[in-house]
Design a protein around this ligand. Sequence first.
Ligand SMILES: Nc1ncnc2c1ncn2[C@@H]1O[C@H](COP(=O)(O)OP(=O)(O)OP(=O)(O)O)[C@@H](O)[C@H]1O
Ligand SMILES: [Mg+2]
Length: 275
Amino acid sequence: MSDNPYQNARGNKDHSITKAGGGTLSAAKNGQRDSKPRSGEPFLIGEAMTGGYGKGPDILHSCTIAAEKGEIAVIVGPNGAGKSTAMKALFGMLNVNQGSVRLDGEDITHLTPQQRVVKGMGFVPQVANIFTSMTVEENLEMGAFIRRDDFRDTMTQIYDLFPILKEKRNQAAGELSGGQRQQVAVGRALMTQPKVLMLDEPTAGVSPIVMDELFDRIIEVARTGIPILMVEQNARQALEIADKAYVLVQGRNAHTGTGKQLLADPEVRRSFLGG
Ligand SMILES: Nc1ncnc2c1ncn2[C@@H]1O[C@H](COP(=O)(O)OP(=O)(O)OP(=O)(O)O)[C@@H](O)[C@H]1O
Ligand SMILES: [Mg+2]
């Protein structure tokens, strides 16, 4: 029906999300952004990050999180573990006193969030991630704020990825269901043609069916070559689709491995997956 790269093979039981597809929404088509691989380093890495909010105590303690090309990395852990804080540190919303953040081999530790967006980071925060009084389409247009080229093709691709958004494009985003709002938020972030997409609890407050649907779409985005870094409260389901997974506890890396490894780890099962 369409040649949208996101509409290819689906299904979140597929663990082989390793191919960088070079989809039209990915930055590969954007001439200004080269994406040549660098020496064995993950595409995005926050390494040994230590820091907190303002002058407050450190929340993160030598925390390391990375996302690789074409892969889905997942952060899980108890409430208050610092998952959102780690995302904010990667995005430049936090003072990182020690450690560094690198994107495609470049040290971006001291860049502002806006500068990071220009460098290719897309971030969907846990709360307040859409403009509720604006229409769906206006939200997507807002997402394109850094672009000076014609972004209509990107919008078409996002509507192909999330058909319900096309149907509701003239409706206020605040009138949409929780799952649809999350689609608006993800779509808005994709409008910048990010090189990496960070999602903080994209399935919060949605039904299991809608969660599966959102995961399918996230997998489709990953297949186009855009690395995904995602915080998830649905730990078991998230680990099932994760190429790489991090369990954070009290701002520290408690367990790291492939999704499969952590699902099979008795300690992870006992402590975080209910046995
Ligand atoms: N803006 C802030 N200012 C000061 N402290 C904060 C702020 N946001 C979070 N914290 C503190 O940082 C710690 C980690 O919070 P964070 O929101 O990162 O946890 P989380 O793992 O994302 O939790 P949840 O699963 O509830 O989303 C908590 O102790 C929290 O109180
Ligand atoms: Mg959080």
